[in-house]
Design a protein around this ligand. Structure first.
Ligand SMILES: Nc1nc2c(c(=O)[nH]1)N[C@H]1C(S)=C(S)[C@@H](COP(=O)(O)OP(=O)(O)OC[C@H]3O[C@@H](n4cnc5c(=O)[nH]c(N)nc54)[C@H](O)[C@@H]3O)O[C@H]1N2
Ligand SMILES: Nc1nc2c(c(=O)[nH]1)N[C@H]1C(S)=C(S)[C@@H](COP(=O)(O)OP(=O)(O)OC[C@H]3O[C@@H](n4cnc5c(=O)[nH]c(N)nc54)[C@H](O)[C@@H]3O)O[C@H]1N2
Ligand code: SF4
Ligand SMILES: [Mo]
Length: 761
């Protein structure tokens, strides 16, 4: 970037992908000025919000401060290789790449190709996600590639694919929400996780029509104050019951859109029968929401639906309901409710999932998911394999089949084969080598102590990152990569809009793009398959590979996207009529992409969380996010303003519960599950339920909440139950021996309050 040149691009973080302009700062930051970029030979950069339909010029605090990660003092600018002394040392690119290639070759020779596993990320551009999948399938020839989207969107995807035949998080532009009379938000805290999006809820709030379901009075739940709507402070893990009761009321009170159900859906009768037993008084006993309140909300949603003359209604799900062992079932019930009210496929109404990661949408479309090929194709579909193999220039039979979903993959890393036991099948040996691209699993994976132990059991761990994340620190080789403002590419936002990421600054000497890394490794591993290093060229190939698939990008190129920021997939090429397809902002208007064109309604029922409260663990733990930190915190903990505003993990606890447990504000609290214990300071707040504590997951160390979350998964989607588990809560230092039969927890001596060493203030 030359001085005075403004580069229009988008935020590096979440799926809202707020538009911003990057410009060289007029003056360099003075030495020692906290967030000021250090001298990595990079120009310092200012960030301005830019007008765009989603953020309308707004940015959140993470967006404003995002540029400081470019010059973070501990940025990795040279490959690192673990030496005989057990430490990571600087190495040349040739040394590092030769070593990675040699170990991949050796591991595959000794244990078979599936022994080399790949873990990707929903923050990768479409080009990188595509190249990663292609690299795994054609160079490593491993089936074992999956990614952190399994933590993030898998249940929403499974529910939407089953019901609609397609999974685009929001099948309509976000701004459409603005015209709605009612919006039901289940387990989504957009006021902290996508702050600029809150402006699109203004219309519903003016109508008193915002309904937020959350066990906490979150910032988003507080948006319902003063007559703006309703907060349903549900018992954790029981949203499915709320939805079943709402469906019950809709049918019982004759509010369903029968004409829509007949014309555009299948399965409605079975669903209607299945909710007959969920009358509101019964539901109240399980979910804790008063029966009258459930009735009122059902009537409010129905009244807002076009059938009853309303201006429109939306039902949206977030991680609070999806990260659950009944996540797919809950999403299915939310879709059933939307269909019963006739919302999907009607302009101004619908169902959507609020996708989370920057490229959480595109990341699930182009081949880094265990069961997928580019274009949202199924890897076990012979026609899909033939199409993609032709684009790659390989024999379709050489492509591996589906691999292990993320949680199962992490569970098996480094583990020996196990013979069949009572009630359990034999398990083959797990992968021996792992390559990580865009995830910090040591902090963000469920039951993370087990994940760390398994990483230790591996023969070889390779991590690509630009900062020494907790996972990178365990690696045998770390390969330093470019950051968002240093690269070209595309991202697909939560709306299915394909946007351009643009290079605004030169990358520091010594770092490479992942596209260059894949090409260099492919060459070293003797692959005849071509790996482009120019993102525009890789995008053109991705577009060809996606042609005819569900997520069809074949009508797109970087050039076209530069000229038109309003393109939503599918955007097929239209060579026969030599016209440009206009893209598809709104899906389902003419039908659902199922074989019969109808949406499928599926009956589901409530089972409850896998790790429900019980005498030795009588309190619910729910987890989530704070505004200032992004995910595992690898990036945002390095931003001085953010680390200062939110320096450490904490335990939100209701004053009534705190008093019962003898816990004062700020006291060190021990939160223990059957997997271990964490310690963090107490934050007393009446926004909590008295039976529930909340912890954010953005930190490593002794307050890292994923040390105690469960790695139980949804049986359909493989998504882990991050949101709810059963814990015991006590003042740290007051040892209560575990009741008999309960696994002993980590000794207290090892649990000191967390003061993350990495925080810079
Ligand atoms: N600040 C910030 N923003 C982010 C991110 C970030 O890390 N930080 N990450 C991005 C990503 S990848 C994602 S996936 C999104 C996530 O965005 P959200 O889904 O909005 O975020 P969470 O905080 O994980 O969860 C939302 C809410 O679920 C509630 N919850 C917990 N258990 C339950 C339950 O049983 N039922 C219900 N109804 N609610 C429950 C929590 O109290 C929380 O308020 O955010 C994106 N934006
Ligand atoms: N308890 C609990 N745990 C959770 C959740 C929860 O709600 N509760 N939410 C889950 C969800 S929804 C998600 S999405 C996950 C996310 O958690 P992670 O998968 O850990 O995601 P990030 O923290 O964004 O990690 C991204 C890492 O990749 C690096 N990186 C960024 N861009 C690139 C790139 O282009 N290439 C490469 N090679 N590296 C890059 C960053 O520096 C960082 O170290 O956490 C999950 N964990
Ligand atoms: S809401 Fe998301 S995309 Fe927008 S500035 Fe904040 S982190 Fe970035
Ligand atoms: Mo996510």
């Amino acid at each position: 970037m030359t001085a005075g040149t403004a580069t229009p691009t988008h935020c590096p973080y979440c799926a809202l992908q707020c538009a911003m302009t990057l410009e060289p700062a007029p003056t360099a930051a003075p030495a020692g000025a906290g967030a000021g970029p250090v001298d990595l030979g990079l120009p310092s950069v200012t960030v301005q919000g830019r007008e765009f339909p989603t953020n309308r010029g707004g940015l959140c605090q993470k967006g404003w401060t995002s540029a400081s990660v470019l010059g973070t003092p501990d940025r990795i600018t040279t490959p690192l290789v673990r030496g005989a002394d057990g430490e990571l040392h600087a190495a040349t690119w040739d040394e590092a790449l030769d070593l990675v290639a040699a170990r991949a070759r050796q591991t595959a020779a000794e244990h078979g190709p599936d022994a080399v596993a790949v873990f990707g990320g929903g923050g990768l551009t479409n080009e990188k996600a595509y190249a990663l999948g292609k690299f795994a399938r054609t160079v490593l020839r491993t089936a074992n590639i999956d990614y952190n989207g399994r933590f993030c969107m898998a249940s929403a995807a499974a529910g939407a694919n089953r019901a609609f035949g397609i999974d685009r998080g929001l099948p309509f532009p976000l701004a459409d929400l603005g015209g709605a009379e009612a919006v039901l938000l289940l387990g989504s805290n957009v006021a902290e996780t996508m702050p600029p999006s809150v402006q699109h809820l203004a219309g519903a709030r003016e109508n008193g029509g915002l309904v937020v379901v959350d066990p906490r009075r979150s910032a988003t739940a507080s948006l319902t104050d003063d007559g703006a709507g309703t907060h349903l402070q549900v018992v954790p893990g029981t949203d499915l019951v709320v939805l079943l009761a709402l469906l019950h009321v809709v049918w019982a009170e004759g509010l369903a859109d029968d004409a829509f159900l007949t014309a555009r859906t299948t399965g409605a009768d079975a669903v209607r029968r299945s909710v007959a037993a969920w009358w509101p008084e019964r539901a109240e006993q399980v979910c804790g929401i008063a029966a009258d309140e459930l009735r009122r909300v059902a009537r409010l949603l129905a009244g807002a639906s076009p059938l009853h003359g309303g201006a429109g209604a939306y039902i949206l799900t977030g991680r609070g309901v999806e990260q659950s062992t009944q996540g797919t079932a809950t999403v299915t019930a939310a879709i059933n409710l939307s269909l019963a009210l006739g919302l999907p496929g009607r302009p101004g109404s619908g169902y959507g999932a609020v996708t989370g990661q920057g490229n959480g949408q595109g990341g699930r479309e182009h081949g880094q998911k265990a069961d997928q090929l580019p274009g949202y194709r199924k890897i076990d579909d012979p026609a899909a394999r033939a199409h993609v193999a032709a684009v790659w220039g390989v024999d379709p039979d050489s492509l591996p089949g589906p691999g292990l979903p993320a949680v199962e993959l992490l569970r098996r890393l480094g583990q020996p084969a196990e013979p069949a036991g009572p009630g359990r099948p034999a398990t083959p040996a797990g992968p021996r080598m792992l390559m990580v691209h865009g995830s910090n699993i040591v902090v963000s994976a469920p039951n993370s102590r087990k994940v760390s132990a398994n990483l230790d059991d591996l023969d070889f761990l390779v991590v690509c990152d630009f900062v020494p994340s907790e996972t990178a620190r365990l690696a045998d080789v770390v390969l330093p990569v470019t950051q968002w403002a240093e690269e070209e590419g595309t991202m697909t936002s939560l709306e299915g809009r394909i946007i351009r990421r643009r290079r605004a600054v030169a990358a520091p000497d010594g770092v490479r793009s992942e596209l260059e890394i894949f090409a260099a490794l492919a060459e070293r591993l003797g692959s005849p398959v071509h790996f482009g290093t120019d993102p525009a060229e890789v995008f053109d190939e991705l577009a060809r590979a996606s042609a005819g698939g569900v997520a069809d990008y074949s009508g797109l190129s970087h050039e076209r996207l530069d000229a038109d920021p309003d393109l939503f997939w599918p955007v097929p090429a239209l060579p026969a009529i030599a016209a440009l397809h206009p893209g598809t902002p709104r899906l389902f208007l003419d039908g659902f992409p199922t074989p019969d064109g109808r949406a499928r309604m599926v009956a589901v029922d409530h089972v409850g969380p896998s790790d429900d409260v019980r005498p030795d663990a009588p309190i619910y733990l729910v987890t989530g996010r704070v505004l200032q930190h992004y995910q595992s915190g690898a990036q945002t903990r390095r931003v001085a303003e953010l680390a200062k505003a939110s320096p450490e993990p904490f335990v939100e606890i209701h004053p009534v519960l705190a008093q019962r447990l003898g816990i004062d504000e700020g006291a060190s609290v021990r939160v223990a599950s059957s997997r271990g214990a964490v310690v963090a300071p107490a934050r007393l707040t009446t926004t909590a339920r008295p039976d529930t504590v909340f912890m954010p997951f953005h930190w490593a160390g002794t307050g890292s909440v994923n040390r105690i979350t469960t790695d139980a998964t949804d049986p359909i989607s493989g998504m882990p139950e991050f949101k709810v588990c059963a814990v015991d809560v006590s003042l740290a230092g007051t040892v209560v021996p575990p009741p008999e039969g309960v696994q002993a927890l980590a000794p207290l001596a090892s649990l000191v309050p967390s003061h993350p060493a990495e925080v810079r203030t």
